[in-house]
Design a protein around this ligand. Structure first.
Ligand SMILES: [Zn+2]
Length: 428
C-alpha cells in the first residue's frame, strides 16, 4: 500500500504515542542506545493570552529535551523546537501542547506509564529502571497522580495495627471492610490522640452507620470506638483471645522445662516438641513413627501423655487448653457466655499464675469476646479479623518488594492504590 508523507507522519506519531494534532515529527535519530524524536509545530496566528490579539510574530525558538520513556528497549527522548511568539502588547508566549506540560521534562505518556506500572508490586527504583527515570521522579509522579483518598466507613469495620516502621512509627494502622474485602484507610499510628483527631473529622451520620467493629484487645481502640461509634458492637477477634490461652500454656511449659537439666529427657521433649503441647486435640496423631534422633518408636499422642505426666501443672494446663479449644470450636452465641464463665472459674481455681492472668484478661473482655460468636449475615460466618490479618500480610509483601518506605504518605498511597487497582485478592 502506498502512503504519502502525511499519513506516514501520523503513523509515526501513533507509534511513539504522541497525541497532538498540531505537532509534526521532523525525523528521529538513534544515538547509542537512545532514540531522539525531533518535533515541531507549524507557525500560525496565535491568540495572545494577555490582550487577546492574534499574532504570528516569532520572538525566538528554544529546544526542549523531554523524557519520553522507553521504546523497544531504548531510552526515548523528544527534542522539541518550541517557538515563542511576540505580541504587540509586549507579551511573549508559547502555545501549549498535549505531549508535555509546561516546564516539565517528562512527557505525559511517560507519566501514564508510571501510573500504569504502579499497579505492579515493584519498587520505585525498579520502575525507574524500566521507565528511564530516577526513583525520585517515579515517586514524585506517583504521589502527584495516584493520591488516594479514604473510602467511606462500612457497616462492619476492622481495626488492626501492623509493623510498618513508616513515618517514624513502629506500628501503622489499617481500617478494613471485611465484608466487601476493601481497605478503607491506612493511618500512620495507633496513638489515641491521633485516632481522636482522625475520627473527629467524620460526620456523625457516617460514624452512626458502623454497626460492628472487630479489633484486638487494645484499650485505645476500645476507648475510641466507645467515643465515636455509638451504634457499634465491639467484637474481639477469635485469634487474639485464643492466643491469650495458648500463650499461657506456652509460658507454663517453659517454666516447668527450666526446672530440668538440658540433658534430661523431660527438658528435651518439652523443648523440641513445643508445638505439640499447644496442638488442637483433633490434630494429634496416633500414628507411631521411628524417631531417628532418639532411636525410639513414638507417636504424638504418646509424647503428649508423656509431657502431661512430667508435672501436674502441665496436665492441668493441657486440660484447660483443650477445654478452651472445645468452647471456641463448638459454642454458639446463646451458650458461650456461661461456658467461658465456667472456664474462667476453673482457671482461677487451678492456682496456676499464667492461667489466672489469662482468665482475668478474658473476664475483662468477656462481653466483646462473646460478641465474636455472633453470625455476620453478610458472610454467614462469625465476625473475625481474618480479612484484615490477610491484608496485613499483603502489605508486608508490598513493603518487602519496595525496600521499605520512609515516607508514610507514599507508603499509604502505594498500599491503597495497589489494593484498589489490582485484581489481587487478599486471602482471608
Ligand atoms: Zn498581547
Amino acid at each position: 500500500m502506498q502512503r504519502n508523507f502525511i499519513t506516514f507522519n501520523e503513523d509515526l506519531k501513533s507509534l511513539f504515542n504522541i497525541d497532538d494534532q498540531n505537532i509534526h515529527i521532523d525525523g528521529y535519530e538513534h544515538v547509542g542506545d537512545e532514540i531522539i524524536i525531533n518535533l515541531s509545530r507549524e507557525r500560525q496566528l496565535s491568540k495572545c493570552p494577555v490582550c487577546g490579539e492574534l499574532t504570528d510574530k516569532v520572538h525566538d525558538y528554544y529546544t526542549r529535551t523531554i523524557n519520553h520513556g522507553v521504546f523497544n528497549n531504548r531510552k526515548c527522548f523528544i527534542r522539541y523546537k518550541q517557538r515563542r511568539y511576540r505580541c504587540d502588547c509586549g507579551k511573549r508566549f508559547s502555545l501549549p501542547n498535549q505531549f508535555v506540560e509546561k516546564y516539565n521534562k517528562i512527557s505525559t505518556n511517560s507519566k501514564w506509564s508510571v501510573i500504569k506500572e504502579a499497579i505492579l508490586v515493584s519498587s520505585f527504583k525498579d520502575m525507574g529502571k524500566r521507565l528511564n527515570m530516577s526513583s525520585t521522579t517515579v515517586r514524585r509522579i506517583f504521589n502527584m497522580y495516584c493520591k488516594q483518598s479514604r473510602k467511606s466507613l462500612p457497616r462492619v469495620l476492622s481495626i488492626d495495627e501492623f509493623k510498618g516502621n513508616s513515618g517514624g512509627y513502629k506500628y501503622n494502622l489499617s481500617l478494613c471492610d471485611p465484608s466487601n474485602r476493601k481497605i478503607i484507610d491506612i493511618l500512620p499510628c495507633r496513638y489515641k490522640d491521633y485516632l481522636h483527631h482522625y475520627f473527629s473529622k467524620f460526620s456523625s451520620e457516617e460514624l452512626n452507620n458502623v454497626e460492628v467493629i472487630t479489633m484486638d484487645m487494645y484499650h485505645t481502640y476500645y476507648d475510641i470506638c466507645k467515643e465515636f461509634f455509638p451504634n457499634a458492637t465491639i467484637v474481639i477477634d477469635t485469634f487474639h483471645f485464643v492466643r491469650l490461652v495458648t500463650n499461657a500454656a506456652k509460658k507454663i511449659r517453659i517454666r516447668i522445662m527450666k526446672k530440668f537439666n538440658r540433658t534430661d529427657k523431660e527438658y528435651k521433649v518439652l523443648k523440641s516438641r513445643w508445638r505439640l503441647f499447644n496442638t488442637k486435640p483433633e490434630n494429634i496423631s496416633n500414628d507411631w513413627k521411628f524417631d531417628k534422633r532418639t532411636k525410639q518408636w513414638t507417636s504424638d499422642s504418646y509424647l503428649l501423655d508423656y509431657m502431661r505426666n512430667i508435672h501436674p501443672e502441665l496436665a492441668t494446663a493441657r486440660e484447660l487448653l483443650e477445654s478452651f479449644y472445645e468452647i471456641v470450636h463448638s459454642s454458639t452465641y446463646p451458650d458461650v457466655y456461661s461456658k467461658i464463665s465456667s472456664w474462667i472459674i476453673e482457671s482461677k481455681k487451678s492456682n496456676i499464675g499464667e492461667y489466672r492472668e489469662a482468665a482475668l484478661s478474658i473476664e475483662r473482655w468477656l462481653p466483646e469476646i462473646v460478641n465474636s460468636f455472633m453470625i455476620n449475615p453478610d458472610t454467614n460466618t462469625k465476625y473475625t479479623s481474618s480479612f484484615i490479618e490477610g491484608s496485613n500480610n499483603y502489605i508486608k509483601v508490598i513493603k518487602r518488594t519496595s525496600y521499605g518506605f520512609r515516607c508514610f504518605n507514599t507508603f499509604r498511597n502505594k498500599i491503597l492504590y495497589h489494593h484498589n487497582n489490582s485484581r489481587h485478592v487478599v486471602s482471608a
